[in-house]
Design a protein around this ligand. Structure first.
Ligand SMILES: Nc1ncnc2c1ncn2[C@@H]1O[C@H](COP(=O)(O)OP(=O)(O)OP(=O)(O)O)[C@@H](O)[C@H]1O
Length: 232
């Protein structure tokens, strides 16, 4: 099992109030699969993803990714794990504004142990001809393509996407989902994606429905649907 999470708990305390955000989460995802975490605002989706990505730590429970027990790593090891093994894609792209498309990707490939070829990745996301543009000269969808290229160029074991289409219109969202599916097929990258949008679940191998910090339902799709056929 590529991702194996069990009995995961996380709470935040402010003053005297303790907010239990994750309550005994268990989930599994095989290598090369696409997983979707679906749930309403505040249900704990980002917290769960941040813990799997080594950005945050759980209070208790176990998380292993590709055989490595994340919960046992010290801070330096966790930084290495986050830097080398995980690609992140966010709702608001987070590109560096004063660097070109090519430079945004280069800063990541330069510090990666086994990066993919930058031009190949730029071509894969359809942005090869925009390599010398700055982020402000691109549409939202194009910026998201660049941010996917930046995450993919380090050849991560796991691509974590937090509402990757949250800021995009319908057609652009579908093309970004299609691109993520292509990345999954071309590079065999395991993808875990957060969304509010139930329709997106059809492209995932496994869907984890989160409510108030608990997985209330897990759906295994024997047949996934190509992103271009998803409608909402
Ligand atoms: N660093 C933090 N400190 C305190 N509380 C936090 C922190 N991070 C998250 N929370 C709380 O944990 C709960 C779950 O937040 P989380 O961001 O994981 O939810 P979500 O399902 O991703 O929501 P959304 O869809 O709105 O992004 C919320 O009540 C939030 O306020």
């Amino acid at each position: 099992m590529f991702i194996n999470v069990s009995s995961l708990n996380k709470s935040y305390t402010s003053g005297l109030v303790r907010n239990e955000v994750l309550k005994g989460i268990g989930m599994k995802l095989e290598k090369g699969e696409i997983g979707v975490i679906l749930g309403p605002s505040g249900s704990g989706k980002s917290t769960l993803m941040n813990i799997i990505g080594g950005v945050d730590r759980a209070d208790s429970g176990r998380i292993s990714v590709d055989g490595v027990e994340i919960s046992n790593l010290n801070d330096d090891q966790l930084t290495d794990y986050r830097r080398e093994d995980i690609g992140f894609v966010f709702q608001f792209y987070n590109l560096i504004p004063n660097l070109t498309v090519g430079e945004n990707i280069e800063v990541v490939s330069n510090i990666s142990k086994a990066p993919l070829n930058m031009d190949e990745v730029l071509t894969a996301v359809g942005m090869q001809d925009k390599k010398r543009r700055f982020p402000r000269e691109l549409s939202g969808g194009e910026q998201q393509r660049v941010s996917i290229a930046r995450a993919v160029v380090k050849n991560p074991k796991l691509l974590l996407c937090d509402e990757p289409t949250g800021a995009l219109d319908y057609q652009t969202s579908r093309s970004i989902l299609q691109l993520l599916q292509q990345v999954n097929t071309k590079y065999g990258t395991t993808i875990l994606m957060i969304t509010h949008n139930g329709a997106i679940a059809a492209m995932a191998n496994r869907v984890f429905k989160l409510r108030s910090g608990e997985i209330v339902e897990e759906v295994v799709n024997q047949m996934t649907i190509p992103a271009e056929r998803i409608e909402w």
